[in-house]
Write a protein that binds this ligand. Sequence first.
Ligand code: MEV
Length: 440
Amino acid sequence: MTTPIQGFSKLSKEEKINWIADNYTDNSEATVQILKKYWNIDNGLQKLHDEFIENTISNYYLPFGIAPNFLINDKLYAIPMAIEESSVVAAASKAAKFWLDKGGFKTSVLGTEKIGQVHFIFKGSSEKLQEFIEKIKSIFINDTKSITRNMEKRGGGITSIELRDQTHKLDHYYQLHCKFETLDAMGANFINSCLEQFATTLKREAQTCALFNEDEKGIEVVMSILSNYVPECLVRAEVSCPVDDLEVEQSVSPKEFAEKMVRAVNIANVEPYRAVTHNKGIMNGIDAVVLATGNDFRAVEAGIHAYAAKDGSYRSLTHASLEDGIFKFWIEVPLALGTVGGLTSLHPLVHLALEILQKPSARELMQIVAVAGLAQNFAAVRSLVTTGIQEGHMKMHLLNILNQMSASDDEKKTLIAYFKKNAATHNAVVEALQNLRNNL
Ligand code: MEV
């Protein structure tokens, strides 16, 4: 059995690799080889990646693709996407092209406020606490001046500090519920620094507050942290067209197609099992752009799923309607994104992705990302209510299957041509390759 290791982080990269190869893999030589194969030949670039996290031993590649032809508020974008799932980029591109001659996507930012909280325990009179917090609000602001100065110069900063009594949920539990405008920064560091200063100020001022008795002076701060639930950092994206323009398949009339789309979205709105998959498809588009632009996709995922459940039941993030001959399809999602700070200037591909997107502000990026989610959902639901998802999926998956079976370039060419006219199920691909190899 492998024994625990002390001081792994202090080992050199080579030593770490050797240790993992010797202790956790069957063929240490092959392990070392594969890990090194993924190192960048540019030592400087490799060092940069090594230093993004701790204990780096190699790089993990994801494809970086482009979905072109996105018309968003009359401006044409080519959207970079980092994703491993076949068919996502193809689906996004198809949806972009479909809406290109129908006015494209229209978007608007509904809010940009972010939230952070100081969670604390106070055993005493809530009226006195309220009075105390009101009294020290200006001290909170003054104490954070060194953190907020630059942000304020650019028009952002702390926008509100509010005491929330949560004692009905948990004994003696209160919060400072704070709002921030962080402009083009995602703002996590800014918000957390402000919150930790608020916590220090809160404890210090309580100690000398004349309103409090000795017990009340001992405010206990539990934690200070931003919230990834950002329902007031919200963006909307929409497409619409006269129903007669919805010519998607010969087998279904435009009106029938619109009705099927609306019904499918309505199902995702009332049925959580479907809603989760429906929203997963939306996240295929959202995450891919969030990742390509160096943003925190876990934060985005957590916030968006919480938003999908805001009414007490998990629902669709997209909506569809058919009224007066007009089909409308739209999404509303919370997105806390940054286009400065973090990885945005450090990671060369992230930098490039932002350049391809014409160096967007965070507000613009929110709109682009929402569009990617909406487009992805349109493409997925379109397939689901017409041909079924497997047709397109398996075609895109074909290359993965052929690669798994070590097909040569010639074999791939022949079989891609063959599966243009035949259903590309996993078994059919395996069989066709075997037949080809046996000259059948
Ligand atoms: C697959 O990654 C995403 C879909 O399942 C989304 C959906 O069902 O709407 C196709």
